[in-house]
Design a protein around this ligand. Structure first.
Ligand code: SR1
Ligand code: MG
Length: 406
């Protein structure tokens, strides 16, 4: 193992030897091939395949610089955070996250399960596939991972140790800028505004002072409410899925933050899928089927989370004060308001911020894309401005309908 005593950035052809040196996974002498399969902005992802058996494994390495330029200046410590949280999540939501076999602090690389037979959810949704089990799986993941890392369940001192371990200033800094600041002002070159919507974005996002005030409150809630160990970037590119099973992965943005941030991100990304289906599916019946599934998945995500919040709370929260009658409902109302706020901030930042989503940008007809963006922004503003009133799945579906009709 002496060749891995100091850091270097691997190339695809380095990955097989690395796996062989670190892990007893492939038999000696088998022909192994390494390819780079990552399409993210930040890390390198290599798949190593045993050409004799077809068995495969993944190596994910943090580069010293981000893949996009200019470099975002994020510490390689993100690899440690990701490997550690996946182990915790595997304990609380077994089978819903990929298994980590090893984390190497020198190479800032982890070796993990290859999620064979699963597709990146955003890619599947862009092909207008539907996933009947998604809402059930994602809410099992959310209710367990969020509540069971919070003060509702954990010993308060142990929880504070985790808060310390998961301080993630660089990645949080990206979110603070890209989600909670830049989309609300026209003074950042990194914002992408679709030219036909320039006047709309100017009026609805850059010049709306009351929106900016609520976005500022949500930013400070994100930075200061160390409620639970959140995934921190739960969009449909962080999910690998098929008809029966779901994996939630890529939690490098994890830190102790508000639970609603994760739930709201799921909702907003399902709306992006709805927009794509609404604009791109030509056959009316197929369009209706796909779009209805998206709305049902949004509603079920909220309603099943609420149900599972209740059962996980009852089963695991032994905290004396948290058992006070009325506290459970009060605590939930805070999570739900944060959820609506996060659905709104994710919706807005994916329209005019730096990191757009393919669901919207790939809509080929210019006027349909402009309409989709206006629907998302109208819905998102409703979620942010009226966040206390979004308490069940039907509230989100009604808000989407209002945005469509506006
Ligand atoms: C430069 S990083 C852009 C976005 O990609 C990540 O997945 C996060 O969503 C981040 O905001
Ligand atoms: Mg990612």
């Amino acid at each position: 193992m002496s060749e891995y005593q100091s850091y270097f950035l691997m190339k695809p052809e380095d990955a097989p030897a690395y796996v062989q040196a670190k892990l007893n996974y492939f038999p000696e002498g088998h022909r192994l091939a390494g390819t780079e399969i990552g399409d993210g902005n930040i890390n390198y992802v290599f798949r190593v395949v045993d050409q004799d058996t077809g068995k495969s494994i993944i190596v994910k390495q943090a580069g010293l610089k981000t893949r996009i330029e200019p470099d975002l200046g994020v510490s390689t410590d993100r690899g440690r955070i990701e490997a550690k949280i996946l182990k915790i999540q595997n304990e609380f939501a077994p089978g819903l996250v990929p298994e980590i076999y090893l984390y190497d602090e020198i190479m800032c690389a982890m070796i993990m399960e290859d999620m064979v037979g699963h597709t990146m959810m955003r890619t599947g949704l862009l092909n207008h596939e539907t996933y009947p089990e998604f809402a059930d799986h994602v809410t099992t993941f959310l209710a367990n991972c969020l509540l069971r890392t919070s003060d509702l369940v954990m010993n308060h001192k142990e929880k504070k140790e985790l808060v310390k371990e998961f301080i993630n200033p660089d990645l949080c800094g990206i979110t603070e800028d890209l989600v909670f600041m830049e989309p609300y002002t026209d003074c950042f070159d990194r914002n992408h505004v679709f030219p036909p919507n320039k006047a709309f974005i100017q009026k609805e996002l850059y010049e709306d002072e009351s929106l900016r005030l609520e976005a500022a409150k949500l930013k400070f809630e994100f930075m200061n409410h160390a409620q639970a160990l959140i995934h921190g970037d739960l969009h449909t590119g962080s999910v690998f899925i098929n008809q029966e099973h779901t994996y939630i992965f890529d939690p490098e943005f994890a830190f102790y933050g508000p639970m609603g941030y994760d739930i709201g991100n799921v909702i907003a990304n399902l709306l992006f899928a709805w927009c794509n289906g609404d604009a791109e599916i030509e056959e009316p019946e197929k369009r209706e089927e796909f779009c209805t599934w998206c709305l049902d998945a949004i509603a079920d995500t909220v309603d099943l989370f609420v149900q599972k919040y209740d059962s996980v709370y009852d089963e695991y929260s032994t905290e004396l004060m948290a058992r006070t009658p009325g506290f459970k409902a009060w605590y939930l109302s805070g999570i739900l308001a944060d959820t609506a706020g996060a659905a709104g901030t994710e919706g807005i930042r994916r329209i005019d911020g730096m990191a757009n989503v393919k669901d919207i940008t790939s809509i080929s007809d210019e006027s349909k894309r402009a309409r989709a963006e206006r629907i998302v922004v109208t819905f998102a503003k409703d979620c942010i401005m009226n966040r206390e009133s979004f308490i069940c799945g039907a509230d989100y579906v009604a808000a989407i309908q209002r945005a469509v009709e506006k």
